[in-house]
Write a protein that binds this ligand. Structure first.
Ligand code: NAD
Ligand code: UPG
Length: 450
């Protein structure tokens, strides 16, 4: 198998995982990041993000001499056969993708080109960006090169597994040479290849994220309706998911999607559509419904407790999903801000994301807890906002015993409604009925204090 020299520009979630995985396939990889502190940490063997299996993968490949880290792009690009752009494309206030890091990177690559190279764009970028990158490089380099759209589909929390066992590899280029090289590079992954033009590849990434966001939002609206008509969204999703045309994944109802991708990319696609005078009404509705869905937790608390002023509310889960410390666009943030506005005292806990959450939400009435049960202790209600597996292992009786009032709002439908009731909890899931149990089986509950 040929060994390639690769430079990955941008050592964030995508760049680090991609770099470590390409090294694992036997290539010599340098991960470059303009954040010198990040590079210094990586060189000391520290992994700056929480991602299962990533520390071991990085350590193994760094030790084997296949993976190195650098703050300057120049030398890594000069040596590379394949350069991968994985810098951030955060939203501008308009919702459009900010391409400044992409432009800066492309110009840096252009300045260090010294022969034919393939430049891949793994960052999520609007349709037409590959052509722009080509122009930015060509302004500084007159020789031959190819720019390819190589969108990334990994999920945080399972990024390594996703990158090593992808559902497909999309390669967007009109160059047969680049397509053949990239097909060979990814061959050990044994994934279906989708070789297409760059514009279609760029659109495939946005369309995939927009579709998944729509699927989640659809089941959330069904869940809201289930509550009104007495149906169980978990049963509905099970029945729907068995239809192979629908599929069972991404049908978990709850408090909506968050993260660094779905909110940003759905907005960017709406903006892209607007720029060519297309009104993407469906996606606009998805964005709006998702924004409101986060706050069903607050409605449920108010329904049970009335005013939230002075109430102690335990919060379990701050990251936008389990197995990550990423809090970008986490539903927990919108919920915590609203609860603080309403005068609640928050007792917050997350197994990994507490430090990052504190950087974006520091409130005088926030109490940062050392354990899940500490957040529940003495609270008037507990809200589960991220379905960390460790929460499911906590016996319901212990949750009941810790709470002042045994009210559990389960924003992710992690617990079984019947078991929660049997444990004496006043249990409020999303879109699921809670069985009535004979009063005798329930421990006595304190009436809500005024
Ligand atoms: N996070 C995900 O799950 C995911 C999945 C698929 C695609 N994407 C897309 O991939 C891209 C990167 O996302 P991320 O989550 O890894 O972002 P990130 O913010 O975690 O990492 C980006 C990194 O790029 C570095 N950087 C910025 N400008 C640079 C420059 N000029 N030179 C060198 N380094 C530079 C930053 O310092 C940062 O470390 C985005 O476009 C995102 O939409 C993300
Ligand atoms: O049934 C579901 C599935 C997910 N979510 C929520 O949706 C969000 C996103 O989850 P997920 O897609 O698992 O995580 P990401 O890491 O954001 O990954 C998405 O965004 C990446 C960046 O573009 C893409 O590469 C991935 O393919 C795409 O799944 C999270 O808040 C989840 O809680 C639900 O509410 N219900």
């Amino acid at each position: 198998m040929p060994v390639r020299d690769m430079a990955i520009i941008g050592a964030g979630y995508v760049g680090l995982v991609a770099g470590a995985c390409y090294a694992e396939l036997g290539n010599r990889v340098v991960c470059v990041d303009s954040d010198e502190e990040k590079i210094a940490r990586l060189r000391r063997g520290e992994v700056p993000i929480y991602e299962p299996d990533l520390p071991q993968l990085i350590a193994r490949n760094a030790e084997a001499g296949r993976l190195a880290f650098a703050a300057a792009a120049g030398p890594a690009v000069e040596k590379a056969d394949i350069v991968v752009i994985a810098v951030g494309t955060p939203p501008l206030p308009s919702g459009e993708a900010d391409l400044r890091s992409i432009e800066k990177t492309a110009r840096e690559i252009g300045a260090s080109m010294n022969g034919y190279k393939i430049v891949c764009i793994k960052s999520t970028v609007p349709v037409g960006t590959a052509e722009k990158v080509e122009r930015w490089i060509a302004e500084r380099y007159a020789g031959g090169f190819d720019v390819v759209s190589l969108p990334e589909f990994l999920r945080e929390g399972s990024a390594v597994a996703d990158a090593l066992r992808p559902d497909r590899i999309v390669i967007g280029t009109s160059s047969e040479r680049a397509a053949a090289e990239l097909a060979a590079l990814h061959e050990p992954l044994a994934a279906p290849l989708c070789v297409t033009d760059a514009r279609s590849a760029e659109m495939t990434k946005y369309a995939s994220n927009a579709f998944l966001a729509t699927k989640i939002t659809f089941i959330n609206e069904i869940a809201n309706l289930c509550e009104k008509v007495g149906a169980d969204v978990a049963e509905v999703a099970r029945g729907m998911g068995l239809d192979r045309r629908i599929g069972s994944s991404f049908l978990r109802a709850g408090i909506g999607y968050g993260g660094s991708c779905f909110p940003k990319d759905t907005n960017a696609l709406v903006q892209l559509a607007g720029s060519v005078e297309y009104d993407f009404r469906l996606l606009k509705a998805v964005i709006e419904v998702n924004r409101e869905q986060r706050l069903v937790v607050v409605d449920k608390l108010q329904n049970a407790l009335g005013s939230l002023r002075g109430r102690r509310i335990g919060i379990w889960g701050l990251s936008f999903k389990p197995n990550t410390d990423d809090v970008r666009e986490a539903p927990a943030l919108a919920i915590a801000e609203r609860l603080a506005e309403l005068g609640a005292e928050l007792r917050l806990y997350d197994p990994a994301a507490q430090r990052r959450f504190r950087e974006v939400f520091d409130h005088p009435f926030a109490v940062w807890c050392e354990s899940a049960l500490e957040a529940a202790r003495g609270s008037d209600a507990l809200c589960l906002l991220t379905e960390w597996p460790a929460f499911a292992d906590i016996p319901l009786a212990e949750i009941r015993a810790a709470l002042d009032r045994p009210l559990l709002i389960d924003g992710r439908n992690l617990f079984d409604p019947r078991e929660a009731r049997l444990a004496g909890l006043e249990y409020v899931p999303v879109g699921r009925p809670v069985p009535e149990l004979p009063a005798a089986r329930l421990p006595a509950m304190e009436p809500p204090s005024a």
